[in-house]
Design a protein around this ligand. Structure first.
Ligand code: CS2
Ligand code: MN
Length: 392
């Protein structure tokens, strides 16, 4: 039993074509109707047309990433009922078109955060990197968020001051754009002051409140997902700790275990992202695969290299801190135990070779992800062979 190999595709506007993805050896794409505004229903005909387009390229589409959760669901704001209805209508339409897994996250405002989208590695490839002191420089000196200083240790505050002083105007703007690039759809228009106003909309929502709102969301949508045979998988926080005073509640094994205990519905699942969870040394990745087993409906396999002072960068898939061989061995045991092939994708990759200088979605150029997929495929085949399992 092997994992089902997939690559993310951002739809017809993606500079990476379906034809190219097919040559990576992946059998499916992971995609979404990115053109539909967050909060609107995904019409059944549009889902069916997109799946047909993918199938005509010799691939398939059964895992969605993401059906985004509106901020007013996360905040439990006005329009909650309407938004929940829209979400469950979309789920019904997706199931009717043969989709099996739907990925979402519950991070306030920011989907993912990095401070450098083109950090040169010694071999000349470019990686995504996160430096806490750069986030603090932005937070304290550009955003000037009230109370921010209390959120950082004194050495980070000091390093942030030095960092800010060393940036010229261009570099400041670049940092600002990089940090808020994780705001879906807001790359061009989002300014620091608009970002501050959005942060204010979470005033009074602490981690307990956000957890309660997450549970309310699951209580409302899981029964429908159960009925139509879909699994909803939550993507962990990236990085897995609070930023800009906004709470994050899907950062550790204990966080997800509590979620499953509280909402035991079959459809309540996890997208285990080793890159996101792996930023924290206290997340035991192979152990999480073992213990969270049946709840894991989707895998994002990549590795980060932790650095001093809360920094990290994205390492090659079998390098860094993820212990990928142990993770994949645990996945194999899980697949053999359950007789279920788990969908996976290599998440991000380095920008490298002929992709250097090309327009790309950060982390999603083709060649680096192909390298990642090839390494992971080889790792799994080797482990399977060594343990006497049928490989293909
Ligand atoms: C993805 C996330 O690119 C990435 O880091 O893993 O953006 C993921 O798609 C979302 O958090 C899922 O909702
Ligand atoms: Mn991920």
């Amino acid at each position: 039993m092997m994992m089902t190999q997939m690559l993310r595709w951002f739809g017809p506007a993606d500079p990476v074509t379906l034809r190219a993805i097919r040559q990576s050896g992946a059998s499916e794409v992971v995609t979404a109707l990115h053109e539909i505004p967050n909060g609107d229903v995904w019409p059944e005909h549009a889902i069916a047309a997109r799946r047909t387009m993918v199938q005509e390229a010799g691939l398939d589409w059964t895992v969605v990433e993401s059906l985004p959760v509106h901020e007013d669901i996360k905040r439990r704001g006005p329009g909650w009922d309407r938004l929940i209805h829209a979400y469950t209508d979309s789920l019904r339409h997706l199931a009717a078109c043969g989709i099996r897994v739907v990925t979402y996250n519950f991070m306030p405002l920011l989907d993912w955060t990095r401070t450098d989208l083109a950090w040169p590695l010694p071999d000349g490839a470019l990686a995504l990197r996160f430096e806490l002191e750069a986030v603090a420089a932005f937070d304290l000196h550009i955003l000037q968020r009230p109370g921010a200083e209390g959120d950082y240790t004194p050495d980070i505050v000091e390093a942030a001051g030095r960092r800010f002083a060393s940036l010229d105007t261009d570099a400041r703007h670049r940092l600002e754009r990089t940090i808020i690039a994780g705001l879906p759809g807001s790359e061009e228009s989002f300014t620091a002051s608009a970002f501050r106003k959005s942060i204010d909309t979470y005033a009074g929502i602490d981690a307990d409140r956000l957890r309660a709102n997450h549970i309310a969301f699951l209580d409302a949508v899981c029964p429908i997902a159960d009925d139509v045979g879909l699994q909803l998988v939550v993507h962990p926080d990236d990085p897995p700790f609070p930023l800009f005073g906004l709470p994050r509640v899907v950062s550790t094994e204990a966080d997800v275990a509590a979620l499953f205990a509280r909402v035991p519905n079959r459809s309540n699942g996890l997208c285990l992202c080793t890159g996101s969870f792996g930023v924290r040394a206290d997340n035991d990745l192979p152990g999480m695969v073992e213990r969270l087993g049946d709840r894991i409906g989707f895998l994002h396999l990549r590795s980060v290299q932790r650095e001093p002072r809360g920094a990290f960068h994205e390492a090659a898939h079998l390098a860094g801190d993820a212990q990928m061989p142990a993770v994949v061995a645990a996945v194999q045991q899980l697949q053999n135990r359950t007789g279920r092939s788990i969908p996976m994708r290599p998440d991000h990759g380095h920008q490298m070779l002929d992709d250097l200088g090309k327009r790309t979605n950060p982390g999603y150029s083709l060649l680096g992800r192909m390298r990642g997929l090839a390494e992971l495929r080889g790792l799994e085949a080797g482990l399977a062979h060594a343990s006497g399992t049928t490989v293909l």
